[in-house]
Design a protein around this ligand. Sequence first.
Ligand SMILES: Nc1ncnc2c1ncn2[C@@H]1O[C@H](COP(=O)(O)OP(=O)(O)O)[C@@H](O)[C@H]1O
Ligand SMILES: [Mg+2]
Length: 295
Amino acid sequence: MTQHQQDSAVGTTSPGPELGPTGRPSREFPDPAALASHGPARIIALCNQKGGVGKTTTTINLGATLAEYGRRVLAIDFDPQGALSAGLGVQTHDVPTIYDLLLSRQFEPKDAIQRTSVEGLDVIPANIDLSAAEVHLVTEVAREQILAGVLRRVSADYDVILIDCQPSLGLLTVNALTASHGVIIPLECEFFALRGVALLIETIDKVRDRLNPAIELDGILATMYDARTLHSREVLERVVDAFGDKVLETVITRTVKFPDATVAATPITEFAPEHQASKAYRQLARELVFRGAVA
Ligand SMILES: Nc1ncnc2c1ncn2[C@@H]1O[C@H](COP(=O)(O)OP(=O)(O)O)[C@@H](O)[C@H]1O
Ligand SMILES: [Mg+2]
C-alpha cells in the first residue's frame, strides 16, 4: 500500500474520491499552457471591506505564482497603508505612486511601475497620500472611472492586473470595481466571516448595474483555514452552502510562514518555495487559469 492509499484508507468508510476542504473531490489543476503573446490584461480586484482577511497576501502570492507560469502581472497597491508595496519590497516615497496617476494626467503609468524580485511581476505602489484621494476625486467628472482610465493605458503590456483594495467600500474600492473584469473575495475562515459579504455583493451588483455591466464574481477564496479545528470546517461548509461553485476549490491554510515572508518583503513563493502555502498559491493560479479568469 502506498502512503497515499494508507492515508485515504484511514478515516473513510466508503470508497470514492478523496474530498477536498470545500467538499468537492480533490484534484490538481493542469499547468497553464505557455502564452504565445501578451495582453490585453484581465483586471481582477481583490476585495473585502474587512481587514486582515488575506487580500494583500493573496495579491502578492497570486501575482508571483501567475508570473512563475509565464504571465505578465501588474499588481496595483490601492490601499493607503501600502502593505502590498512593503510586501514586495518596492519604494513608496519620492517616487510616483497610484495617487499621482489618479490625480494628474501629467504622469504616465510607466513612470510609476516598479519591478519586483519576481521576474514578470511589476507593481504600482501606494503610500498614505492615497488616503486623500477620495476627497479629491469626489468633485471629478466621472469620479468612479478614474482608475479604469489609468489602467487602460497599461493594459496592453500585461496578461493580468491585480488590484489590492483597501478595507472599505468607499470611492476607491468603487473605482477598483469599475476598472475590473472580475472580483475575488478572500474570506477568512473565522466567526463572522460572512457578515458583510452580502453588502459587498450588493455593492458589486450596483457597480454592475450602473458603471460596469461586465464585472463578474470570479470566486470566493477561503483563507486562514485550519483543518484541525471543527470551527474552520464549519465556517467553510457555511460558505459553500451560501455560494456553491463560486467558492474556489483552492483553500489557503493558516500558517505562520506568511508573517515571516512579510518581514522578508518577498512573496512566500520566493521565501519558501516548497512550503505548502506556496503550493496552495500555485494551485490557485492554476485554478484561475482553468476557470478562465486568467489567460
Ligand atoms: N494564510 C495565512 N495564514 C496566516 N497568516 C496569514 C495568512 N494570510 C495572511 N496572513 C497574515 O495575516 C495578516 C493580514 O493579511 P493581509 O493579507 O494583510 O490581509 P488584508 O490585506 O485583507 O488586510 C498579515 O499579517 C498576513 O501576513
Ligand atoms: Mg491589505
